[in-house]
Ligand binder design. Structure first.
Ligand SMILES: NC(=O)c1ccc[n+]([C@@H]2O[C@H](COP(=O)([O-])OP(=O)(O)OC[C@H]3O[C@@H](n4cnc5c(N)ncnc54)[C@H](O)[C@@H]3O)[C@@H](O)[C@H]2O)c1
Length: 331
């Protein structure tokens, strides 16, 4: 049966994907966003769009009292690792304080299921090749720390106020689905940057560090497709009817180096994609690859897009169709 779901950050890259999948499954969706990063046009007409900021506790209170949500999916956040090293206050305010505002509304209005977007950045520089849920959490930056603090709040809100929760720790999210793709400003993610170079919108892509202890010296990351991520959100939403607290890592279990991503993008696009060798960036761990064995075993999650070239192809198709992203795109 359709449920009433609030999706914060619903005009953003991942949130708007979840909105689409929830609608396809017959849910009634409210997308909340302040459009600091998101795009109004990314939200399908069938969803209700509420333009407000999570710091506005009064507006949130009214929204919750009037809407009687069954569950919340919380994507809204500030999410730039580099910026968090310059402006930690922005990350603790937006990611921690504003999540607290939302959790208070859930507790006060008996919304008992909460799905939270956490991140691989909570693990810091893990010493294992495949990161599972029990790997030590030692964030290297305020962004990862802010997400870990929300994980801690969720634990206590469940115990004390009965707000059940699922923490989903995403690794590198990529790709496009259902006419929706990635458009951040500034863009910090490798695949859309590489595709901008392929489109001739940037001259080259920087390779930050080629002396890491990895097979080709560049950082290795795990890429998960936005559709597969959205599917995981629906699975945990259902599982929370029975379970109090869930935490899963979400990746593909396959690591790809920066050079491999660039090479795969050359194949997909047929364009040369020049690179510039640059120094390492502070806070970049050499290898981040998820074990998603737990969510596969417990909830049967299996990525549909498990090949890097396929993931890039979906993104490339979108970038070619909408060369300026959401600028000028109307659905
Ligand atoms: N993209 C990735 O690879 C990745 C990886 C790990 C975790 N995550 C997490 O997933 C979530 C979504 O990421 P994304 O890539 O879709 O980011 P995004 O920036 O595209 O989406 C976040 C949305 O939240 C909105 N927002 C931010 N602060 C807000 C506030 N105070 N009030 C209302 N709206 C606000 C923004 O306008 C934006 O639309 C984030 O929490 C991020 O930390 C993303």
């Amino acid at each position: 049966m359709g449920q009433k779901i609030l999706v914060t950050g619903g005009a953003g890259y991942i949130g708007a994907t979840a909105v689409r999948l929830l609608l396809k499954h017959g849910h009634e969706v409210t997308a909340l966003d302040n459009l600091s990063q998101g795009h109004r046009e990314a939200v399908p007409d069938r969803a209700r769009l509420v333009l407000t900021d999570l710091s506005n506790r009064e507006a949130l209170g009214t929204l919750f009292r009037e809407s009687k949500f069954d569950a919340v999916m919380h994507f809204a956040a500030s999410a730039l690792v580099g910026e968090s090293m310059q402006l930690p206050e922005k990350y603790f305010r937006n990611n921690v304080t504003n999540s607290l505002n939302l959790l208070e509304c859930c507790a006060a209005n008996k919304v008992s299921r909460f799905v939270f977007s956490s991140t691989a950045a909570t693990f810091g520089d893990p010493q294992t090749s495949l990161i599972d849920e029990n790997s030590p959490k030692n964030p290297l930056n305020p962004y990862g720390e802010s997400k870990l603090q929300v994980e801690a709040m969720l634990h206590w809100f469940q115990k004390i106020h009965g707000v059940r929760y699922a923490v989903l720790r995403f690794f590198n999210v990529a790709g496009a689905w259902d006419g929706h793709g990635e458009h951040h400003d500034p863009e910090s993610h490798l695949i859309p940057i590489v595709l901008k170079v392929a489109q001739g919108k940037r001259e080259s892509v920087s390779v930050f560090g080629s002396d890491y202890p990895t097979p080709d010296g560049t950082c290795v990351r795990d890429y998960v497709h936005i559709y597969d991520l959205a599917v995981a959100h629906l699975l945990v939403l259902d599982a929370l009817k029975e379970r109090d607290a869930l935490a899963y890592n979400l990746g593909n279990g396959n690591g790809f180096s920066v050079r491999e991503v660039i090479e795969a993008s050359r194949k997909v696009t047929g364009r040369p994609i020049p690179t510039v060798e640059s120094p390492r960036r502070p806070g970049d761990p050499p290898v981040l690859v998820a074990s998603s064995a737990k969510i596969s075993k417990e909830l049967g999650w299996k990525p549909r897009y498990d090949k890097l070239e396929e993931i890039i192809q979906t993104a490339w198709d979108w970038h070619q169709k909408y060369p300026n992203g959401y600028e000028g795109k109307k659905e």
